[in-house]
Design a protein around this ligand. Sequence first.
Ligand code: LFR
Length: 485
Amino acid sequence: MKNYIAIDIGASSGRLLHAQLYGEQLALKEIHRFANSFHHRHGHDYWDVDHIFAEIVKGLQKAKRLGIESCYLGLDTWAVDYVLLDQKGDRLEEVYAYRDKRTEGAPEKFHAKISREEVYARTGIQELPFNTLYQLYVHDRNQLCEADKIMLVPDYLYYRLSGRKVNEVTNASTMQMLNLRTREFDEELLKLLSLRRDQFSELIEPGQSLGMIRPELARQYDLPLCELVVVPTHDTASAVVSIPVQEGQSWAYISSGTWSLLGAEVAEPINHRAAMEANYTNEWGAFGTYRFLKNIMGLWMIQEVRRESDNAYSFSELAELAAAEIPFLSLIPCNDSRFLNPKSMIAEIQSFCKETRQPVPLQMGEITRCVFDSLALTYFDALRELEGLLGRAVEVLHIVGGGSNNELLCQLTANVIGKTVQAGPSEATALGNIAVQMISSQEVESIRAARELITRSFSLKVFEPEPICNLDQVLERWEKLVSHS
Ligand code: LFR
């Protein structure tokens, strides 16, 4: 029986999961989990990639102790962040975390050289201040010049495991540097950044094998014999692969974790002016698809609120507290940049409410309620925009990822958008990662068959919309608030 291991590293935790096919069912088991976060040092926010690598090794050692002698292995992480390597393959610099404040104002400066419209027409990528393009633009010039290779985080981790340097395309697209027409790095953008094409590696599609794990590494740490398969290394791209869609249904999704990525799978990019103005993006998906989506601030706000209260409550306790509060009392525009990386999330939420003369949430339940209500309303806006841009109505909204366990938010979303929400799987990213390994090793025929397998194997929950009293008034209040922020 074939063994598959997914390494899935998010902004707040990393995991190794093991999957096997039993007849018609896929079984998934967590082998290892560790906390992840960026750290503030010398005035900047950085990831600790050596710690992440050490945890990957620990997880693989555990797999071996569980009797897994050989396996396929795929790896995904968040997007946009990069590692600079010298000619020997050693790191030149710590890895900046995308929430670091150095990119504040960077898009405006960059677009004095080339317009927003032009960049969007070329790349189809939404403007987020932390896109790799803007991060590289503000990076120390001399150091960039010195860099032999610029690799995104998962490409770098694959390199440490396999010794091979590649740029996987789903993640590379989030750099905002790939040209939709040529499907290569955009030459003009490279020129504007004073970078050379050879500072990046070969662009490769998910599904290819990178060969076996480095033998010295496997020997040194007593690891299983792993064949490294390139999966969609952008976590959101992997999550979309596993959405349990039903043929013939018009669907959209939210990949719900640190971020809420709301969008649709499309066969061709949509990069006209209206899409740009709505700040929708065309990230590249597995097997030639595009992820037409929008970033919404997501559960990051709750993670921060929880962290500030010394993790005194679990996520489900917070949801319980929120459920007992009066709905839609205080609302915040989640996507305002003030919530991207504030000193204190709680204080930022409270100041916004004070500034806009709303009741100031003080207790944990009130604060959490305010975030959930505001998220559901932000989803409503984004979904309406999406339907307009796609020119079709959406029947079912799939919520996948960790946030699909949050029944309060799922039900609230169904109520506000007035549509069916289907929640699950919660391990969507790892499952998408594994699905691509299974397609690559010919155990599953296609993405369609993988989605059927996932639908059969995991329990999914359906939330039908229930009426909200005074929804019209809530929406009116919300619109005013969002347009003023
Ligand atoms: C989600 C995610 C988003 C990306 C953000 C930053 O984990 O990958 O898709 O926009 O993190 O990399």
